[in-house]
Design a protein around this ligand. Sequence first.
Ligand code: F3S
Ligand code: F3S
Length: 144
Amino acid sequence: MATKEDVDFDSKPIDDNVLTDEKNYPVTGEEDGLKVRAGGMQRLDNSNKPYPTKLGIHGTTVAVDWDGCIADGSCMDVCPVSLFEWKLNPGNSGTGNDKKVEKGTPEYDQYRTDKTNPVRESECIFCMACVTACPVTAIKVTSA
Ligand code: F3S
Ligand code: F3S
C-alpha cells in the first residue's frame, strides 16, 4: 500500500468522460478480459506533469485509471462482491496485499505500484462504495 506522498506523481481524479471521449480515451486494447482505454498514451497528472506510466484506464462498467491508482486497496476492502484483484498479485485482494514494487526495476518503470484490476466487473451491483473509498478518486462506475 502506498500513500500520495510515496509516489512521484500527483494523481488526477479519473475523467468523468472516460467512456464517451473517444479522442482522448480510445479503446487501445484488452487485458485480463477488460477493455483498456488510452493505453500507451501520455497523459498529465493533477500538477500538469506527464504521468510516469502509460497504463491507461482498465475496465468499462468499473473503470480504473491505472496511472492514478496508488495501490491504496480500500476499493477492494469495501466491495461487497469482491470483484477486484491485484494486477501484480493475481488472485489476491485487499489493503496491504499488493505486490511491493521495488524502485529501479523494470516493473517500477512500467507500473510504479501495484494496480487494482476489476476482473469481475460484470458482477458490480453499483453500490459505489469503491468510488467513495478511493483516496485519489481513480475509479468511475457506470451503470448501463
Ligand atoms: Fe464493488 Fe464498486 Fe461495484 S464497490 S459493487 S465495484 S460500485
Ligand atoms: Fe487504487 Fe484507489 Fe483502489 S488507489 S487500489 S483504486 S482505492
